[in-house]
Every structure is written in structure tokens, then in C-alpha cells.
Design a protein around this ligand. Structure first.
Ligand code: ZN
Length: 150
């Protein structure tokens, strides 16, 4: 029964993707990312304040239900929180998918619906694609800031 509800949640996010749009602006970091395992593609957009608040985050993508649902859920989770909190969620998500461990120190919200992906090793990267793109976007932000300092 629970499996059924979970599946519906994933299908809903994959069909009605949250934050599925571009964000324009000079201060928006964007990154194109590809999951070689399954051919899923996405562009992630993020607007970060100087204090590390994720003011806006969105994506445009094409791919399997798991990847699109996961990216949709991720943008919902990350919008309006600080990068520090986002890192906690990022690590919790990695554990949920790679080792099937539910987080005790944070709330992954709808992302818990992807728990079953743990058993599907070939799909791990689908469920983590959005989050891997997020890592890279943070890397770009850090690089940009270091360049500004020099
Ligand atoms: Zn996929």
C-alpha cells in the first residue's frame, strides 16, 4: 500500500514538475548536466544570496520518471533554505539512495518516496542526478567568489 502511494508521488512529480522553468538574471548560475547511465539531461538554475540563501532554484529537463521526479522534489526542498541546510539534505539523500538509510537528523519530505530506488542500483544516478548537478552549481558559485576576491 505504501509502495503504491510512493509510486503515485513519484509519478505526480515527474508529470507535474515543480519549478520546471528557466531563471533569468546576471546573478543566476546555470549548469547543464547529463546522467550517462540513463541519458537523462537537465539544466539547473540557481539564484543564491550573498548570505548563502537559495532564493530561487529551478530546472529544465528530459529523462526518466525517477530523475525528473527527484529533480522536481529537490527544487521544492531547496528553495528558500540556506546552503548549509541544503548540504545536510544532500548527504541524507546520498545515504537514502546508496545505502537505503532513512535520515534521522533532517526531513527529506517527498524525497522519501524515492527510497525504493536503493534496490535498483542501475537507477541510483537517476535519483541523484539533480543533487549531483546541485553540487556542481555550488562549485561554480565558490569559484566565482574566489575569483572576485583576487
Ligand atoms: Zn534515468
Amino acid at each position: 500500500m505504501l509502495d503504491h502511494i510512493y509510486r503515485q508521488l513519484v509519478v505526480d512529480h515527474a508529470k507535474n514538475r515543480r519549478n520546471h522553468r528557466c531563471i533569468d538574471g546576471e546573478d543566476v548560475v546555470q549548469l547543464h548536466y547529463k546522467n550517462p547511465t540513463c541519458g537523462d539531461v537537465m539544466t539547473l538554475y540557481m539564484k543564491l544570496s550573498d548570505k548563502g540563501l537559495i532564493e530561487d532554484i529551478s530546472f529544465i529537463g528530459e529523462g526518466c520518471s525517477i530523475s525528473m521526479a527527484s529533480a522536481s522534489i529537490m527544487t521544492d526542498l531547496l528553495k528558500g533554505i540556506y546552503v548549509k541546510e541544503a548540504s545536510t539534505l544532500r548527504q541524507a539523500m546520498e545515504k537514502l539512495i546508496r545505502i537505503g538509510e532513512k535520515p534521522s537528523d533532517c526531513d527529506l519530505g517527498d524525497a522519501i518516496a524515492l527510497e525504493g530506488v536503493h534496490k535498483l542500483r542501475a537507477r541510483h544516478n537517476c535519483a541523484l542526478m539533480g543533487w549531483q548537478a546541485f553540487d556542481r552549481v555550488l562549485g561554480i558559485v565558490e569559484n566565482n567568489r574566489n575569483e572576485e576576491k583576487q
